[in-house]
Write a protein that binds this ligand. Sequence first.
Ligand code: SAM
Ligand code: SF4
Length: 380
Amino acid sequence: MSVQLGMPQPREEAGPALPSVPAARPADAPAGLADRYGRRATDMRLSLTDKCNLRCTYCMPAEGLEWLAKQAVMTAEEIVRIVRIGVEQLGVRELRLTGGEPLVRHDLVDIISALRSNHPDLPISMTTNAVGLAKKAAPLKAAGLTRINVSLDSLHEETFTKLTRRPFLDQVLAGVDAAWAAGLGPVKLNAVLMRGINDAESPALLGWALDRGYELRFIEQMPLDADHGWTRRNMITAAEIREILSAEYVLSADPRERDGAPAERFEVRRRVPGLDAGGAPSAHGPVLGTVGIIASVTEPFCSDCRRTRITAEGKIMSCLFSREEYDLLGLLRSGADDDALARRWQDAMWIKPKAHGMDHVGLDAPDFVQPDRSMSAIGG
Ligand code: SAM
Ligand code: SF4
């Protein structure tokens, strides 16, 4: 069995997408987690673990990704302290717990209880694969979790197993229902479309979500897979997703403000066969719900990015595609006070790159260097 500690060399390698000389944060920089381009991060993504019980092909290798040592991962107390600094000193207004798979952390309920008791009004959501969620949804709600995002790429046992390399579809579906029943709504579902595997299923997946009142979001596959199987040519773009869905549905822009959200939202109506495609969407009947498309590769939203990320081992990442990380946990464990931790975090965010570089020169140009971490090791 080959063991991968980092990642293999990127397949599509070329020029730098990141600034080469980090600029020091000036004394008169704006408060909070501001950067050089006028953005301010208020949305914190915190990874609770790098471990996972699935092996999604677009994220992890089938085997051989070595877990972090237990002592390298943030403890519950460290997590609670870092979030407190983010909220009280740095303007964090929203927290998303992620991983790896957050549900594999045995102290998850305790972490959420502690966060909730410190921050009664903070929206705390969690992205999960929902394996084992059926039993935990009610305790998580009681502990103070606000909402849940579940990854669900297929409703077909065989396709699900092919994509995740594990036969757990029933558990995931039970988990989604339990989350809804426990009051962890609105339930959002995340689906990554893979060509020739689940792309053709996307209208059916949308229909299923609309029937149940779940908000489905399609995520463009990003080059963050441990296997380095991503290619520009093979990924399903947002334009294609809209095209595939339009066979059965009419999508029109959601009038609500996007407000920094990664997903572009559309209102969804069922297409009336034979009706003029260029006509008014309302001619196709009532709005059944919404669908989101997260087009990180082909229609990036970097200029309005409000995210700051902390990995499971307490590294600050200003962007999913950063190839530079700043150690917050090491500083915390060295005895630093809250102000010093806040300054380190601010410094790391100040040099957030302007954009991730995947979109610079068209889909066929080899301009982008894949980061060293896979999605599971960052916290998506
Ligand atoms: N294990 C949890 C889950 O799957 O929901 C949380 C962590 S997972 C890394 C967070 C999100 O990242 C999931 O919705 C997953 O579909 C998405 N993701 C993982 N790898 C991706 C990739 N290469 N491109 C796009 N999205 C990806
Ligand atoms: Fe695990 Fe989530 Fe990555 Fe799938 S996407 S392998 S569930 S971390």
